[in-house]
Design a protein around this ligand. Structure first.
Ligand code: MEV
Length: 438
């Protein structure tokens, strides 16, 4: 077992790598070589990445791909996607092209409210607390003036603050539940700074509030933090076309395809085991764009899945129907995204991704990201309800297998050629490669 290390963060990068290599690897030189192979030769760029987090030893590459031909609200986009899963970008591109020829994607931001809470314990009469909150509410706004000044200039700020009684669920537990508009920033720092000031105001003012008994004056703030659940920060995306224009696959009529597709969505609407995988497919598209544009994909993931269970049962994020000869497919999802601040101003590739998208506002980025999710879902369901997912998947995976076995250019050509007509499986590729090498 490895011994614990103390003062690790104070070691130099070189010392850290040496310690790790010596302590954890059977071949330390080889490990060091691999770690350093991923360093950037541009020292300034490397320093920038080193400083994003603590204890950086190297860079972890993900491919940055692009999916062109996304027609969204009449505007054409090339969407950057950072993702390791082999079939995602190809699927997005295919779905983009399919819908570009059928009117494209329509996207609308329904609202963009963010939420933050101060969680506190108050042991006393509820009426006194309500009176206290009413009296001091303006102070929450005035005492955060220095924080909110700039945001207000951009049209954002604190929207409202409510006192919420949660004592039914947890003894003596109350909240300040605050809503915010953060315009083009995701707003995490802004919201958390406001909340921490609310907490200070709450505690200080309580000490001076005359109606309070000595016990009541002693409000205990447990924590102040934004919520990644943003059910009022919703974007709606949709596609539709006459069923007669759905023709894509020679093995299935457009009517049968539309019916099977809607059924597949219905199944995800009522069956949580399927809904999770269905939504995972949506997140393939969403996370890839969120990551490429320097946004927080964990926050998005957490918020989206909470939204998918908002009615007490986990369900599909997307919906589909056929009506009067039309096929429609749509989704409403919460997305708290930023196009200024955070990594968006720091990471050179994020800047490239943003410029590729025409430097969108946060609202426009919400639309683009949601479209990438719906496109991905469409592509997955189209494969699943027609050819099955493995055909396309394994074709893309072929390259990974070839890389794993360090196939030469000539071997690659032969393998790709062979598997044009044969079913790809890991063992079939390995057997074919073996035969070639004999
Ligand atoms: C794989 O990453 C995603 C899918 O499983 C999504 C789905 O089943 O809808 C193909």
């Amino acid at each position: 077992m490895t011994k614990a290390v103390s003062g690790f963060s104070k070691l130099s990068k070189e010392e850290k790598i040496n310690w790790i290599a010596e302590t954890h690897f059977s071949n330390p030189e080889e490990a060091i070589k691999t770690i350093k192979k991923y360093w950037n030769s541009d020292a300034d760029l490397q320093k920038l990445h080193d400083e994003f987090i603590e204890n950086t030893i190297s860079n972890f590459y993900l491919p940055l791909g692009v999916a062109p031909n996304f027609l969204i609200n009449g505007k054409n986009y090339t969407i950057p996607m950072a993702i390791e899963e082999s079939s995602v970008v190809a699927a997005a591109s295919k779905a983009a092209k399919f819908w570009a020829n059928r009117g494209g994607f329509k996207a609308t931001v329904l609202n963009s409210e963010k939420i933050g809470q101060v969680h506190f314990i108050y042991k006393g009469k509820k009426e006194n607390l309500e009176e206290f909150f009413k009296t001091i509410k303006p102070k929450f706004f005035t005492e955060t003036q220095s924080i909110t000044k700039n945001m207000q200039k951009r049209g954002g700020g604190i929207l409202d603050i409510e006192l919420r009684d949660k004592t039914f669920d947890l003894e003596n537990y109350y909240q300040l539940h605050a809503t915010f508009e953060t315009k083009d920033s995701m707003g995490a720092n802004f919201i958390n700074s406001c909340l921490e000031q609310f907490a200070k105001t709450l505690k200080q003012e309580a000490l001076q509030f005359e109606l309070f008994s000595e016990d009541e004056k002693n409000i205990q703030v447990v924590m102040s933090i934004l919520s990644n659940y943003v059910p009022n920060c919703i974007v709606r995306v949709e596609v539709s076309c006459p069923i007669s224009e759905l023709k894509e696959d020679k093995h299935i009529s457009q009517e049968e395809f539309a019916e099977k597709f809607v059924r597949a969505v219905n199944i995800a609407e009522i069956e949580p085991f399927r809904a999770v995988t269905h939504n995972k497919g949506i997140m393939n598209g969403i996370d890839a764009v969120v990551l490429a544009t320097g946004n927080d994909f964990r926050a998005v993931e957490a918020g989206v899945h909470a939204y998918a269970s908002r009615n007490g049962k986990y369900t599909s994020l997307s919906h589909a129907k056929t009506e009067n000869g039309m096929f429609s497919f749509w989704m409403e999802i919460p997305l708290a995204l930023g196009t200024v601040g955070g990594l968006t101003n720091l990471h050179p590739l994020v800047k490239v991704a943003m410029e590729m998208l025409g430097n969108p506002s946060a609202h426009e980025l919400m639309q683009i990201v949601a479209v990438a999710g719906l496109a991905q879902n469409f592509a997955a369901l189209r494969s699943l309800t027609t050819t099955g997912i493995q055909q396309g998947h394994m074709k893309m995976h072929l390259m990974n297998i070839l890389n794993q076995f360090e196939a030469t250019e000539e071997e690659r050509k032969k393998v790709v050629n062979h598997f044009e007509k044969n079913t790809v499986s890991h063992s079939a590729v390995v057997d074919y490669l073996d035969a070639l090498r004999k």
